[in-house]
Ligand binder design. Structure first.
Ligand SMILES: [Zn+2]
Length: 318
């Protein structure tokens, strides 16, 4: 009697162990995480949000680097040749990509061009969203505004693209990727609603930027207009004429704030602010983070929250 009981007990324990082994078997098979490389910060956050612990996401841009002028080093090319997925914005933001992809030998690499299939604004349209046609000295012909991540609807589509690519690479955890993606997309929808509400009743609609014209997609979504000192990239030094025009606009629209970005000098924004009696406030493009922001684990969504608050102040919103 005693013996039968013991053997039954033993068989039960064995079955439990077997069940446990079957459960963890798929995970023991996973040799290593999927490796994802992105160029700019929002793409990194999206990939991390979808991938969670299953993926290793690295950003090519080092802390504090200015996104439009940065170019990869040979070591970055080596990293790309070992990665599973590479996510970049598009040819306008990262013109070096097509050349580099030709040189690397990595047949398993899946490439996601985030802007592909999105209704892009031409560079001249983007600047004209200010209503005032202040063309910068850059040649606008054939160029597109690359700042797609500043449209939260576009971000959801980019998240879908990333989810699809990760699911193909790693079908065992497809449900987890989908669940993560839905959770992050819900946050994007939430911030979109808060922008709609928060910017619905404002005294002014003109966002005066002492920085580059990165906010056309955002302006388009919420009925705002950007007036900027630079073109779609912060490369060319603005002329005194351009400076005078922006100062005149800031006065005309009673701008309460002149915006600048953390990775570019705020000197010119300060000059405009002094001329007009406005305050200077940060409006982040999210393109990249400073070392300090990385250390304090600043998120793209948090930057967008802060932007909303700063916009509400500058435009005198109710
Ligand atoms: Zn930019």
């Amino acid at each position: 009697m005693e013996k039968t009981y013991m053997s039954k007990w033993f068989i039960a324990v064995c079955i439990s162990w077997l069940q446990l082994l079957i459960l963890i078997f798929p995970f023991t098979l996973r040799a290593e995480n999927v490796s994802v490389i992105t160029t700019i910060f929002p793409l990194k956050e999206f990939a991390q949000a979808v991938g969670g612990e299953q993926v290793e996401v690295t950003q090519l841009l080092p802390p504090g680097a200015e996104a439009h002028t940065w170019e990869p080093k040979p070591s970055d090319i080596v990293r790309l040749s070992r990665a599973d997925i590479f996510i970049y914005t598009g040819a306008e933001m990262e013109p070096w990509v097509s050349g580099i992809l030709k040189t690397i030998e990595n047949p398993k690499l899946v490439i996601i061009e985030a802007s592909q299939g999105l209704p892009l604004l031409r560079a001249d349209q983007a600047e004209a969203i200010g209503g005032e046609h202040h063309h910068s000295q850059e040649s606008m012909h054939g160029r597109f505004d690359p700042h797609i991540w500043l449209n939260f609807d576009f971000d959801q589509k980019i998240v879908d693209k990333i989810t699809e690519a990760l699911s193909k690479k790693d079908p065992e955890v497809i449900l987890r990727y989908q669940r993560n993606a839905e959770a992050y997309k819900a946050k994007l929808r939430d911030i979109d609603l808060r922008y709609l509400k928060g910017l619905g009743k404002c005294d002014s609609k003109e966002v005066v930027l002492g920085s580059h014209a990165a906010f056309a997609y955002l302006a388009q979504q919420y009925g705002l207009r950007q007036i900027s000192l630079y073109g779609i990239s912060p490369n060319a030094e603005p002329t005194p004429k351009k400076m005078a025009e922006v100062i005149a606009c800031a006065k005309k629209y009673h701008a309460q704030a002149i915006y600048y970005e953390e990775l570019v000098s705020d000197k010119l924004a300060k000059t405009i602010a002094q001329e007009t009696g406005a305050k200077t406030l940060v409006l982040s493009t999210g393109e990249n983070l400073t070392q300090k922001q990385i250390e304090t684990k600043v998120t793209f969504l948090a930057l967008m929250e802060q932007n909303l608050e700063n916009l509400r102040y500058g435009l005198s919103c109710k």
